[in-house]
Structures are given as C-alpha cells and as structure tokens.
Design a protein around this ligand. Sequence first.
Ligand code: PMP
Length: 457
Amino acid sequence: MDGSKVRTDTGAPVAAPNSDPSSRSAEYMTRAGRHLAGGVNSNIRLDERPAPFVAVRGRGAEVEDLDGRRYVDYVCGMGAVILGHADPGVTEAVVATMREGVAFAGQHPLEAEVAERISAAVPSAEVVRCTSSGSEAVHAAIRIARAATGRWPVVRFDGHYHGWLDSIHTAARSPEGGLGAAAPARPGSRGQPPAAVHDVLVMPWNDLEAVRSAAGLHRGRIATIILEPILCNTGVIPPAPGFLEAIRDWCSRDGTVLIFDEVITGFRVALGGAQSLLGMTPDLTVFGKAVANGFPMSAVAGRRDLMGTLVSGGVLHGGTYNGNPPVMAAARATLDALAADGGAAYAALTAAGRSLMQGLAGAGAERGVPVLTQGPGPVFQMWITGRPSVSDAATARATGVAAGALFADAMRRRGVRSLPSGRWLLSVAHSADHIARTVEAARGAFDEVREAGLGER
Ligand code: PMP
C-alpha cells in the first residue's frame, strides 16, 4: 500500500474483474459499483487479486466470502486483526459497552484505561491521544512536531506509507530526484495541491550516506522525520544496521522530532512495537490497526512535553468519534489479551510467522521457484526472486510483481487469502494446521508460477 500504488495516482478507480463473473461476489461488485464509488470504500481494496474480496464473516484465522468459500486469511484487516476475527473477548466487551450508549462527546473511564495500557506497553508513549484512523493520527503527530519546533520541513522515506492525507501522501521518489539527496516530494494523488507537500523531503530508505549528507545540508531546519521503523508498505524491509541510530542522532542534535509510524508494527511485532525490538526511542509514535483488533482506533503518543502542545501549545486536535466507548472497550480487551502472561502471545505469533516463512521458502525450493522471505514474522514479505535480500523501496517495487500477483490468485483458488503485494500478516489465531495447509497450497501455486515462466532467477 505504498503511496505510489494507490489507484488515484494513475486515474479513476476501476473495479477489478472477478475471475468468475457468475459468482455472487462478482455480481455483488457489479451492483455495488452502481452507487458506491468503484464498489469499495477504500481505493486500496481494489488491488486485491484476482478481485476485491467480498466477505460475509470471519472467525479466528479464517474468512468466508459471499459465495460460501472459506479461506485462511493473511490479510487480517490489513494488519488490524491481531487476535483473530470476531475474538470473543473483544466482541463481548464491545457489545456490553454499546448497550450503555456509544457517543457522549464527553469523557468515559475507559479512555484513561486505554491510555494507561499503551503507556505501560510502550515506555516512550508517556502521554496518549486517541483518534479514529492512522492517517489522522499521523496528521496530528506532524502538526505537534511542527508546532513544537516552529519549523515546517518534514523528512520522510520513499515507499513508506503514512496515510492518504494531503500533508504527507507523496508519490514514489523519482530517479531524477538524485541518488542520496533528500528530494522535494511530489503529490501522490490527483487533487492534492503541490503546496501541501512543499515542505516535505523524500529520502531513500536504508541509505546511510544520504542521511549523513542531508543531516549536514539541512542542519537545524527540519521539524520532523517520520518513518516506519520496519518498512512494511513496500516490501517488509528492516532498517540497515546503524541507519535508525544515525537518524536518531540527527534528530537529537537538531531538536528535530522523530516520529515512528507504528500503525502496522505497533502491538504486532512485539507488545512494545518495533521500537522495543530495535532498541530505539522515538519522540512520538503513531499507533493504529492492531491496537483494537480491527475497531477504528488509532493514537498519537509520546514525550510529555510534545504532547503538552495539545493542552497549552495552541495545537488543535479534535474528532467526534475519538475515544468512543465501544472502540475503547475493544482496545482495552485487545491490549489486555496481548499483555497477558508478560506478552506470551508474541512468542507464538512470531514462531508461527517464522514457520510460515520457512515453509514457503521450502515449498518454493521444492517446486523450482526462487523465494525470498524477510521480516520479523508476525508481518513478513515473500518475493518470488533469486535475490538474497531487498533493502530499498525502489528494488522492492521492481521485484517479482507479476509472479506475486499470479501467486496470490493461485492461492486464493486454493483457499488461502494473501495480498498480491506479497506482504503476509498473521494473527494469534493462526495455528500449526493453518500454516501446514497454507504451505501445501503454496506448492500448487508455485507450480503455476513456474509453468507460467514467472519464476525469475
Ligand atoms: N501508517 C501506516 C504505516 C499504515 O500502514 C497506514 C495504513 N495502512 C496508515 C498510516 C494509515 O492508516 P489508516 O488507513 O487507518 O488511515
């Protein structure tokens, strides 16, 4: 879901064809397209192959489509569903809260309980503010950083996604931006004023020299540097050794606010997020997705002094739905389940992810298709490529695209729902049996890729 792949970059959304036009799912998409733009409520959902997925229910690690077919699900609500679909504990908590009313435009005791849990899990999150989507929370974080520093320029990285809003959505870095330099951003969507990204600079991910030279060139000028600490939106690409440390040094030296966008990695790769795995401390963090197991909840959190700009620094953040009780109930139940037994769920989740990574690589080798997997496990990337690793977004975008799309299509026909981009997202409900079924399906899917001549070496 890198900004460059959002359909609005290339023109009006077009409903993707369904492989079986007589299916109820295809009929639904035709009907939906008449009064719902493109038949979807997020452009990103048009990317799924062979067609947008029409769901009727999900239980644990499985989802069922409108045609009554069941799939092992590795989309997991784009990473939001960390405990599994329709987790009974979350559902009960939400239903009980809903019975008491959902919107008071006032305070509710669950709000402080959620903030306390986030702070306990992630030490850098001293003070929290909740909102409804990741895009909004990013927007708030950037506004706080600009207000606190009194500067406008924002540095971001190619291939990272921070939501669709005007202030930060940018196109993929063009090669003429020059290797190594921080290049001015271009809007990522039609209708987005170039002025909105006028103060945004885009840098290549994992290019330590570029960071060093930009730190010298832009000394004392940058308001904030925002990044996914483990890039998950254009391949899954961890930071190179020393890369985040160099950025942290740059920020600390210049009083620049370091924002970690942990919308995918937060409460997914570890209870303390990617920052705990990497041993890094950002100034602000953005959470979303897994924090409420699929309910619309996100948060900006971080240093007490920075968050204080919302209280006495004249920084506006509002929202009718922020902190509404059912969503807070979902977040509290999710965070309690994830934190139980010292975060024991993460050991199993990571082991399941790693076992699937190995299983896919093994199935590829067995079927004569080169496979690369990389990532922490609860989220990882699978490319059909002979490369030993991928460390930047430009390479990620150019690697195994057609093969990955065919593979996702072939997996869907075998009862496994995975993203054509090759990003895999697991939940704690994925069992050894689900993994085994997935690897078995992959054997057949790799055969199709090889027979189509797409198993690149
Ligand atoms: N940041 C990251 C890292 C994301 O992956 C996303 C969404 N995939 C967002 C921000 C935006 O979140 P939302 O879609 O909830 O607005």
